[in-house]
Design a binder for this molecule. Structure first.
Ligand code: 5GP
Length: 180
């Protein structure tokens, strides 16, 4: 798998440092309150596990699965709700945990959905923010790294459902796209 990577953008150490910083920010934000942290499957699983273990504060956790990429390189533009949360979030503060915000469509869809469900507040923590890809307005409260306009894989992010278990974030060699 490592041989398919052209370059590393964020090393394991870079990511660990970011999780520590973001965990401390989340801990300070929710001091004395109990938010529901909702991870967006499947990409946010690795990040969620690491960032939340750096936040020494009470919280509940849940997951939601939405799909927009269908495993390829470009967003389809349509968001499907694949698996819903099981927590009643009415009147609750929600912290959405995302792997990457690109066009912003997924985030907007999720924030609208969670507000419809009665969440009193929705904040967003994302490992990566790709502002150059933005199509709809979407801002995050806690951001790991601002990424250049490149398709990245690793640490939860996939290409055709693979590479999620790469422990760092990198860019694939061009021949991987052309031959797969
Ligand atoms: P958006 O709706 O903001 O365009 O995209 C959000 C989702 O698209 C992310 O949760 C992620 O699954 C996928 N995505 C966006 N950019 C990338 C990228 O550079 N690499 C990978 N692997 N997935 C991406």
């Amino acid at each position: 798998m490592n041989n398919d990577i052209l370059k590393t953008l964020y090393s394991e150490q870079d990511i660990a440092d970011a999780c520590q910083r973001l965990g401390a920010e989340i801990q300070a934000e929710y001091k004395d309150r109990v938010p529901v942290a909702i991870g967006v499957l499947r990409g946010a699983v690795f990040f969620m596990a690491d960032v939340l273990r750096n936040a020494d504060t009470y919280m509940e956790t849940d997951f939601i699965d939405v799909s927009s990429y269908h495993g390829g390189l470009a967003s389809s533009g349509t968001i499907d709700l694949v698996t819903d949360i099981s927590t009643d979030i009415s009147g609750r503060e929600v912290l959405l945990i995302e792997d990457i915000v690109d066009t912003g469509r997924t985030l907007k869809y999720l924030i609208d959905l969670l507000k419809q469900r009665g969440a009193s507040d929705v904040k967003v923590c994302t490992l990566l923010d790709k502002p150059s890809g933005r199509v709809v307005e979407a801002t995050s409260d806690f951001v790991g790294f601002v990424v250049p306009n490149e398709f990245v894989v690793g640490y939860g992010l996939d290409y055709k459902e693979q590479y999620r278990n790469l422990p760092y974030v990198g860019v694939l060699k061009p021949e991987i796209y052309s031959t797969n």
